[in-house]
Design a protein around this ligand. Structure first.
Ligand SMILES: O=C(O)[C@H](O)[C@@H](O)[C@H](O)[C@H](O)COP(=O)(O)O
Length: 242
């Protein structure tokens, strides 16, 4: 597999704005070929930053949002509307302003709707099945300073889970402790994987991700799109790439 392209942007805002514009074009291209497009969003600071930029992107109105389905690569196992949920943070960043039909926004159920994170993982897997999501068109992922993506953390017992699309994660090193994540194989069932990374605290994880590292050590180094994988960075996150 050829090395993933690395695109460095001058700063966090430029990264978010350019990535939002890139996402608009990716969705337009997907909808030109298929009746629906599926995008998986992420939590964390960049996950909300790209949504803010998307909401402000003039070209967003060219997208038929009624044919776009939004998912998340992971979710914190918290009640609907909890401020620490990824979908809540994305909502507050402007997701609701895009005009997505509520039925196109696929939220991982929390403890208010399920008995356990395991049940929530099963429900999310069932939703993927019900909507016949073979490939995500774009899988947007943040990367942690330790090299985690979604809620797949280095050396965590849940990270290598295989043979299923979702997994419950407990004792997460990044709070909150209980989460639901797409598994590595489900993350890779994507035409394109985009790593959206800003900040010098990520520079070492980005170096390992781009230059290679074991999955156990650096999950981000081992998640690839079927057609393309992009590292979308600000200058600080790219600082260790030489
Ligand atoms: O639930 C989460 O915490 C996120 O999905 C997580 O995978 C996030 O994307 C990374 O930790 C990067 O987060 P930052 O961009 O805030 O560093």
């Amino acid at each position: 597999m050829s090395a993933a392209p690395v695109l460095v942007h001058p700063g966090r805002q430029a990264l978010a704005d350019a990535s939002a514009a890139r996402l608009v074009v990716a969705l337009l291209d997907a909808l030109a070929e298929r009746d629906r497009a599926h995008v998986s969003m992420t939590g964390g600071s960049m996950g909300s930053q790209i949504v803010r930029s998307l909401a402000a992107e003039p070209a967003r109105d060219a997208v038929d949002w009624g044919r776009v389905h939004v998912w998340w690569g992971d979710e914190r196992y918290l009640p609907a509307g909890d401020p620490d949920r990824n979908d809540t943070q994305n909502d507050e960043a402007g997701l609701a302003s895009l005009g997505l039909p509520p039925g196109n926004v696929h939220r991982v159920p929390g403890p208010d709707l399920t008995a356990s994170a395991e049940d929530a993982a099963e429900a999310y897997a069932a939703a993927l099945e019900e909507h016949a999501v073979d490939l995500f068109d774009v899988m947007v992922l943040g990367v942690g300073p330790d090299g985690h993506v979604a809620s797949l953390f280095p050396h965590h017992p849940a990270a290598p889970t295989a043979g299923r699309p979702t997994v419950a994660v407990h004792d997460s090193p990044k709070p909150p402790p209980d989460r639901v994540s797409l598994t590595r194989e489900r993350l890779e069932r994507s035409r394109e994987v985009w790593f959206l990374v800003a900040g010098g605290d990520k520079a070492d994880a980005v170096r390992r991700g781009v230059q290679g590292s074991s999955f156990a050590e650096t999950p981000a180094a081992n998640v690839h799109g079927e057609q393309r994988t992009l590292w979308l960075l600000d200058a600080d996150a790219a600082a260790d790439l030489g």
